[in-house]
Design a protein around this ligand. Structure first.
Ligand code: NAD
Length: 393
């Protein structure tokens, strides 16, 4: 069977590689020529995803071929689309990337093809927008939604181990998508329809955002009444209680997906959790002021949205830096994923001299920093809760 994967990014490329490894012939389409060239020369463009290297080397030029041209996918029987959906400053989704990708698919697909969307989207998107974009081609097609559930760094194993949820716009589409995913996913679960599958993915993100908001509120209360939050969490969590860790929430998943409902539905609790988590940087800035007073040199450690992933999408690191600057601190940045030149190119001051700083805000943690951090504990705002982890080691 020949399939096309549209978008060879952090989500699409692991999918394409796992599908190729199952014996499917995979044509990956991506608009970025440098990325396509790298893949076709057997190199892994996502260093954070170590398992990919071997799969690309094994299948490139055979079961896995990348191209910038949609025409090369015209012989495919199925198309899996996984290009990004961003939200703007007002938190409204911008569908233009998806629209362009689907219209390109519509132009080359054979009648009767199966089209599946994997990008996380507001519930209803597949049945309304995507169907309309494809309908304009005048061809018949099967259409389904199946959320990816990867996490960069673990994507290959997640495709193989996590249950794959699938929902069709009609019964035939759902069954065709199940048949496709059975080639390379361990367990495939057909749900009632595409919008159910869409809400399943959005619900996961909302659950985590709400859970972190509860953790953040309990963290504040614990600090206020002189209780160790992490001790509370350790003993509260059991069969019926799963309190997450407190912290700031960044990245292109958890801070984005709640808006897909907030924009269109009456969901005050979900909205409050989202806004509450975004405001946590203010609380950490207050903690810093309590520790070190006003003014002076402060080092923000970690600029990416999560440790180990070199990406600034919806990171809270940058708003934190700006907030501390507004409050009058002389802010320096250190992130082991970025060189001094790269930090300076972002218009921030670089430093890795931890002990010359009056205060340190730990947005991300890297194990090689442990010894340094232990000697400077009194001046650190521990956003990641690492001192608790050290104590438990
Ligand atoms: N990366 C993750 O950990 C993760 C986690 C959860 C969900 N996701 C989902 O995956 C989606 C994609 O994210 P990603 O991390 O892979 O993004 P990414 O930025 O890493 O990659 C997107 C790729 O799509 C390509 N592209 C853009 N427009 C295209 C078009 N019209 N045709 C072909 N290719 C096109 C880009 O060149 C890029 O290589 C997200 O919107 C999200 O729903 C990703």
């Amino acid at each position: 069977m020949r399939i096309a994967v549209i978008g060879l990014g952090k989500a699409g490329l692991p999918l394409a590689a796992v599908a190729a490894d199952s014996g499917l012939q995979v044509l990956g389409v991506d608009l970025d020529p440098a990325r396509v060239e790298k893949i076709n020369s057997g190199k892994n463009p996502i260093p954070e995803e170590p398992e990919l290297e071997a799969l690309i080397k094994k299948h490139v030029g055979q079961n896995l071929v990348a191209s910038t041209r949609y025409e090369d996918a015209s012989a495919c029987e199925a198309f899996i689309v996984i290009v990004p959906l961003f939200i703007d400053e007002q938190h409204k989704p911008d569908f233009s990337i998806l629209e362009k990708a689907f219209k390109s698919v519509a132009a080359v697909m054979k009648p009767g093809s199966l089209i599946v969307l994997e990008t996380t989207v507001p519930p209803g998107t597949t049945e309304a927008r995507v169907k309309q974009w494809l309908d304009a081609s005048g061809k018949n097609f099967k259409l389904a939604y199946s959320p990816e559930r990867i996490m960069t760094g673990y994507s290959v194993s997640r495709y193989r181990e996590f249950p794959k949820v699938v929902g069709g716009v009609d019964k035939e589409s759902g069954l065709a998508a199940v048949k496709l995913y059975k080639h390379f996913c361990k367990a495939v679960r057909l749900v009632s329809n595409a919008r159910t599958a869409e809400l399943i993915k959005v619900a996961e993100g909302i659950y985590r955002d709400g859970n972190i908001a509860i953790a953040n509120e309990l963290f504040k209360v614990s600090n206020k009444i002189g209780v160790d939050f992490y001790e509370v969490r350790r003993f509260a969590n059991h069969q019926f209680c799963h309190i997450h860790k407190p912290g700031s929430v960044g990245g292109h998943c958890i801070p984005v997906y709640p808006w897909f409902l907030i924009n269109e539905q009456d969901v005050p609790l979900i909205r409050h959790a989202r806004e509450f988590n975004d405001q946590m940087i203010e609380y950490y800035a207050d903690m810093l002021e309590q520790k070190i007073g006003t003014g002076g040199k402060v080092l923000v450690v970690g600029i990416t949205f999560r440790e180990g992933v070199k990406e600034l999408a919806y990171t809270r690191g940058i708003p934190m830096i700006k907030l501390l600057q507004q409050r009058g601190y002389d802010v320096f940045v250190y992130d082991p994923m970025y060189t001094e030149e790269e930090i300076k190119a972002l218009n921030f001051k670089y430093s890795k001299t931890f002990n010359s700083m009056k205060g340190i805000v730990m947005m991300n943690y890297y194990p090689e920093l442990k010894d340094t951090l232990l000697t400077l504990k009194q001046r650190i705002v521990d956003v990641k809760g690492v001192f608790n982890d050290f104590a438990a080691d």
